[in-house]
Design a protein around this ligand. Structure first.
Ligand code: NAP
Length: 282
């Protein structure tokens, strides 16, 4: 296995598969389209959106960006979402979060048509991940972690995996995806006693705790595979992850960089979901 697990080759492989699917659909007059709904404008969302737009064209996915003003009401947001649900030319919907505080995020997420739920925003999609059933799509970031591990040939069956972070967006569904691959998963969180012991005892550690460079040398043993989901802007204006890369990298068998690791793959997974959604029952 490579020592630095770059996201780019994984993303390229996923995008090549997506382009094949999109081209086949286009030949039948179906143009896979992702609608991205944003309420208000946030710098981090703008960067994510730019990444989606940059990659979408090269794999045959169209992107429709719908923005509502920061002070849009719940009714206005719901009306736009309903129209995207009803629009047959839209195959995937991504709701950029967080939303302004006047918007009931759970209610809005719950309204996305399940078949168009490209990033697992609805309870039905999430239930599918937990039940191991293909009810919808898995959360893109959680799936991106599994895609990276598989691409680089990590043995998941029987592997001891420590996932640090139990959010419904990343950690918890990722634990289920790894379990579906027959890994033995320890799901760690802020109340975990002796986190370093839990992470040191694992073959694979996934850091998704949302704290810059929080996992350092004491958290890692020798020859582990380390996947860093975190992404933070430092005071110097650079990006870093939840893992202290300088401390962890020398001990690790393999490690994802930040930037250039999980984030790059997340966008490719999202676009692949749109092509799959467009191809369903067509
Ligand atoms: P989140 O909702 O804030 O959840 C953080 C989780 O980490 C919680 O379960 C929390 O435990 C746990 N945690 C916090 N401090 C901890 C500590 N000191 N020790 C152990 N566990 C701790 O974060 P998220 O949305 O899952 O995101 C996690 C990270 O991934 C963030 O850095 C985010 O920016 C990044 N992210 C990256 C991508 C990508 O594509 N690369 C996409 C999404 C998110 P409790 O449950 O006990 O509070």
């Amino acid at each position: 296995m490579e020592h630095i697990l770059k996201g780019a080759p994984v993303a390229a492989a996923i995008k090549a598969r997506t382009k094949e699917q999109a081209d086949a659909l286009a030949a039948r007059g179906i143009f896979p389209t992702l609608a991205v709904l944003e309420v208000g404008e946030r710098a981090d969302n703008a960067a994510y959106l730019r990444g989606i737009q940059k990659n979408a064209g090269s794999c045959g996915i169209e992107v429709r960006h719908v923005t509502l003003p920061e002070d849009a009401s719940q009714n206005e947001a719901e009306a736009v979402l309903q129209s995207l649900n009803a629009d047959a030319s839209v195959h995937g919907i991504l709701l950029l979060r967080p939303l302004p505080k006047q918007i009931d995020e759970a209610a809005l997420c719950g309204m996305i048509a399940p078949e168009k739920d490209a990033d697992c925003a609805t309870d039905l999609s999430l239930a599918g991940v937990f039940a191991g059933k293909k009810l919808g799509f898995a959360p893109c970031t959680a799936q991106a972690v599994v895609e990276i591990l598989k691409f680089y040939g990590a043995e998941l069956a029987g592997a001891r995996c420590a996932v640090v972070g139990r959010s419904l967006v990343v950690g918890r569904p990722l634990a289920m995806l790894l379990l579906n691959e027959n890994a033995t998963v320890t799901l760690c969180h802020s109340k975990t006693k002796d986190l370093p012991a839990a992470t040191r005892g694992a073959d694979i550690v996934v850091a998704a705790l949302g704290k810059a460079k929080a996992l350092g040398g004491e958290h890692f043993g020798e020859n582990q595979i380390l996947i860093d989901v975190g992404i933070h802007r430092t005071e110097e204006g650079t990006l870093c992850g939840d893992v202290d890369f300088a401390a962890a990298e020398p001990k690790a068998a393999a490690i994802t960089p930040v930037p250039g690791g999980v984030g790059a793959v997340t966008t490719a997974v999202l676009l692949s979901h749109v092509a799959q959604a467009a191809g369903k029952n067509k």
